[in-house]
Design a protein around this ligand. Structure first.
Ligand SMILES: Cc1cc2nc3c(=O)[nH]c(=O)nc-3n(C[C@H](O)[C@H](O)[C@H](O)COP(=O)(O)OP(=O)(O)OC[C@H]3O[C@@H](n4cnc5c(N)ncnc54)[C@H](O)[C@@H]3O)c2cc1C
Length: 463
């Protein structure tokens, strides 16, 4: 869908500041460039133009798949960016034909799904997006600056800027709108408390996920017909593994354990963990492959959603999005797409604001945005936490309907072993192109029922 042409004569405000120059921050800067004369990205890390891992994004050393919906948003915000990624070595992968995908012990049926993703390192993705964002009129990056607090006006109700500290000292950057995209470690709750507001309550589900990743040279010839491998656990064996093709003819190989079953970061332990996935396919692929660097580890203790939409009082002129708002178990690959959808939601709110109140009036934007973005987050949050609550050891409220959904989903996974139509619907939901209701279409519900009643001939064949 073509984006409405920005109308700079009717900007909503003069200056916006985005805290955090990572994926959510960059996409937000793109959106804000349509509504503000100046957009300043404040980033704690010093940033190089070339793709590089960096301290502020430690998760970048692990597999990062941008779901199909996220890729669509990226292409809408930056036309041609997908081709730019491909020119830098990113690979287009059809989930149905190029990827071998197993969940609950069932390999998904192979068929041309039309669900295509771009596979590359997280560092390359961010570098290409950053290049495009910084080429926009009015957008600039101030790296090596750490945001330390919010500035309020005399009434105490309006954010007027961000305090920052850097190598040359402290300063305040004035802004009509401040967007916090500083990631999971966001300080906005503490900053609000320091200013006499309440911190948002946090919804949280503890999962204790561990990642270990290593880059390998991609074997030539390839040891298999697949181009990417994605193995989720079974009901009893929760380990997962991914082989993701990335630029430079390399593989990013990631191993994942839940509930403190952390994959080891030493060579022997890494391979042993790979051998103990629900199939030894990944182990056989990497056993003789050439590693190109050390093994990186990362721990993700819990899903966290900061409920700004529930706060009775919030100052005007602030918005919180990306992982700063909601950080979901990365196994489901929804993080960057959810951040992209949040940026689009902010765009929509700003357009409505301008229509309703005219240029220069941001009154009510904060509440409207935090309420709308909460609706966007609800679906990925429910899908991911619902899947994790399947494990009896994961603490959290289990509703009867969630248990029913998990039972239903288990059958859908089974159907994906041989039914391309059901699998296509599953992929659309997984990639956030359709809502979960797509899996309750009569075509799917009937197939689930037939499985449950033992009437599906594939069951006799062991599916
Ligand atoms: C191991 C792992 C694997 C993942 N895999 C996937 C995947 O396959 N697909 C997917 O979509 N998502 C994945 N995710 C989630 C994804 O990484 C996040 O959802 C995404 O990076 C969030 O982007 P963000 O911009 O909100 O925050 P971040 O990427 O965390 O960036 C925050 C930025 O803010 C900066 N910053 C922080 N504090 C300050 C400050 N005070 N002042 C200035 N700057 C500051 C940081 O330096 C950083 O640049 C994964 C996450 C993990 C942990």
């Amino acid at each position: 869908m073509a984006r409405p042409v920005p109308d700079k004569d009717h900007v909503v405000g003069r200056r916006a500041v985005v805290i955090g120059g990572s994926m959510a921050g960059l996409l937000t800067a793109r959106v804000l460039a349509d509504h503000f004369d100046e957009v300043t990205l404040v980033e704690r890390d010093s940033i190089s133009a070339e793709p590089a891992d960096r301290k502020g994004v430690p998760q970048g050393r692990h597999v990062h798949v941008l779901l199909a919906r996220g890729l669509d948003v990226l292409g809408e915000l930056f036309p041609g960016v997908i081709e730019e990624l491909a020119a830098e070595g990113a690979e287009r992968i059809d989930f149905g034909t190029d990827m071998r995908f197993q969940s609950f012990g069932t390999w998904k049926v192979c068929f041309p799904s039309g669900i295509r993703c771009s596979f590359q390192s997280r560092a390359l993705l961010e570098a290409v997006v950053r290049r495009r964002a910084l080429a926009l009129e009015g957008v600039r990056l101030r790296s090596g600056l750490r945001a330390t607090g919010l500035e309020l006006d005399a009434s105490g109700r309006q954010v007027t800027g961000v305090r920052v500290e850097g190598a040359v000292g402290d300063e305040t950057i004035p802004a009509d709108l401040v967007v916090d995209a500083s990631g999971r470690g966001s300080r906005t709750p503490a900053w609000l408390e320091a200013l006499g507001y309440e911190a948002p309550e946090e919804s949280s589900v503890r999962v204790h996920v561990g990642y270990a990743s290593r880059i390998y040279r991609r074997p030539d010839p390839m040891p298999s017909t697949w181009r990417a491998l994605y193995m989720l656990g079974t009901e009893t064996r929760h380990r997962a593994g991914v082989v993701s093709p990335i630029e430079g003819n390399r593989w990013m190989v990631t191993l994942i354990g839940v509930l403190k079953d952390y994959p080891p970061a030493d060579e022997k332990g890494f391979l042993e963990f790979a051998r103990n996935l629900s199939s030894d396919e990944l182990y056989h692929a990497i056993r003789d492959a050439e590693p190109l660097g050390p093994i990186a580890s990362h721990r993700f203790p819990s899903h966290v959603w900061r409920r700004y939409e529930r706060l009775a009082r919030l100052p005007e002129g602030i918005a919180v999005l990306g992982d700063a708002l909601c950080s979901i178990n990365p196994v489901y690959g929804q993080g960057m797409t959810t951040g992209a959808l949040a940026a689009m939601t902010l765009d929509r709110c700003l357009r409505e604001q301008r229509r309703a109140r005219g240029p220069g009036d941001l009154c009510g934007l904060t509440r409207a945005f935090q309420a709308r973005v909460a609706e966007v987050i609800e679906v990925p949050w429910r899908l991911a936490t619902g899947e994790d609550l399947r494990f009896p050891e994961v603490e959290g409220e289990r509703t009867r309907s969630q248990s029913m959904l998990n039972w239903y989903a288990r059958h859908v996974h089974g159907l994906c072993g041989y039914d391309p139509e059901v699998t296509a619907r599953f992929y659309r939901v997984q990639h956030m192109l359709s809502g979960p209701q797509a899996l309750f279409h009569p075509r799917v519900a009937l197939a689930v029922l037939r499985r449950q009643l033992g009437l599906d001939r594939h069951l006799a064949l062991g599916a």
